[in-house]
Design a protein around this ligand. Structure first.
Ligand SMILES: *Cc1c(COP(=O)(O)O)cnc(C)c1O
Length: 359
């Protein structure tokens, strides 16, 4: 007997296919591959080394993530998408060829105060309407001049901004943000505003640099699998059946007896639960794939297991593979069932989930 527990199966050929497809969509743009949050749960060491030669820069959210890439042998530039959090980190940033966003006065002050071994590459982040990070439109010129005159900052300052509604194809807010961005930058340097939504749906937003995150992993930014038909899912989340048990009509399954069978059937127990990051509140009826057919999750998800209704005619065996999402079962559909974002599902996986790299 052999049973594979919860495992994220990661396809490097799907990853390379996606990078090439994204580059074809934005043929004149350089690529900042966003690998924050452990490459969206896909394993940052593997993902970054698999794609390094195909991209121009990596984007992360924490200095610790940037340093992990460096200790893993990555030599391409790395951009801190939210800038630095502590001015004592500036020397480490400078010597490790890490680029930083500047989005507030505190960061500018720190750069002006610092004594550094070499100047740092800076991206000035402009708030064009997201109202999360970035300097206001009226402050752009002041920040630009100050950065230009700062000896700790490399020449040729770049500019970035972020869309708040790029996944909504009908919203005109994206055009408004783009217009504000273009006029604020006013041709003074290279620009980046498009993440996955901008890359897929707003061709005129590609500019000099794109910042793909979720689409590199073959997942759509608007929870619509049709948006990524030409991309391939990089992760399949799999596990296995560890028990198959007959169940009489009317008998309950799992904690709280939350589900009772309407007929005689066979219940399969799968070795994955909320302790692996599979959401506890996944509703009864959420599909999983077993031996090429969809069967529903039934009852409450436990920490280490969940139950599925295999049906009275089940020919399945203990050890058979179960796909929770990925190849043959789009994660967008699972996200829809759970009421969570695909972004959340993939970053919720816990360290207990094994990783298996294929092709
Ligand atoms: C996370 C992030 C991205 C990537 O977003 P996706 O929607 O996953 O493509 C791009 N830019 C910034 C600033 C980010 O924080």
């Amino acid at each position: 007997m052999h049973v594979t527990p919860a495992t994220a199966r990661i396809s490097s050929s799907a990853l390379r296919h996606n990078i090439q497809t994204i580059k074809q969509k934005a043929p004149h743009s350089k690529v900042i591959a966003v690998v924050k949050a452990n490459a969206y749960g896909h394993g940052v060491e593997f993902v970054s080394s698999a794609i390094e030669k195909d991209v121009d820069c990596f984007g992360v959210a924490r200095l610790s993530e940037a340093l992990k890439l460096r200790s893993n042998g990555i030599t391409k530039p790395i951009l801190l998408l939210e800038g630095f959090f502590d001015e004592n980190d500036l020397a480490v940033i400078a010597v490790n060829n890490i680029e930083t966003v500047v989005h507030n006065q505190e960061q500018l002050d720190a750069l002006q105060r610092a004594t550094l071994p070499n100047p740092i590459k800076v991206w000035l982040k402009i708030d064009t309407g997201m109202h999360r990070l970035g300097v206001n439109l009226a402050q752009v010129d002041k920040f630009y001049q100050a950065l230009k005159n700062c000896p700790n900052v490399q020449p040729n300052i770049r500019f970035m901004s972020h869309f708040s509604r790029a996944d909504e194809r009908q919203s005109n807010y994206t055009n408004l943000q783009l217009e504000r961005f273009l006029s604020a930058v006013n041709q003074r340097g290279e620009r980046s505003i498009a993440a996955s939504g901008g890359i897929l749906f707003w061709q005129n937003s590609h500019l000099e640099w794109i910042r793909p995150g979720i689409i590199m992993y073959g997942i759509s930014p608007d929870n619509n699998p049709d948006s990524v038909q030409d991309l391939a899912p990089v992760m399949s989340l799999i596990s296995s059946l560890i028990a198959i048990r007959p169940l009489k009509k009317g008998e309950p399954v799992g904690y709280g007896g939350a589900w009772q069978s309407a007929k005689d059937t066979n219940i399969g127990i799968v070795a994955i639960g909320y302790g692996d990051g599979y959401p506890r509140d996944m509703p009864t009826g959420t599909p999983v794939l077993i031996n090429g057919r969809r069967v529903p999750v039934v009852g409450r998800v436990s920490m280490d297991m969940l139950a599925v209704d295999l049906g009275a005619e089940s020919q399945d065996s203990v050890g058979d593979e179960v796909v929770l999402w990925g190849n043959g079962l789009p994660i967008e559909e699972i996200a829809e069932k759970s009421g969570l974002l695909t972004y959340e599902l993939i970053t919720k996986l816990t360290p207990r989930v094994l990783t298996e790299y294929v092709d």
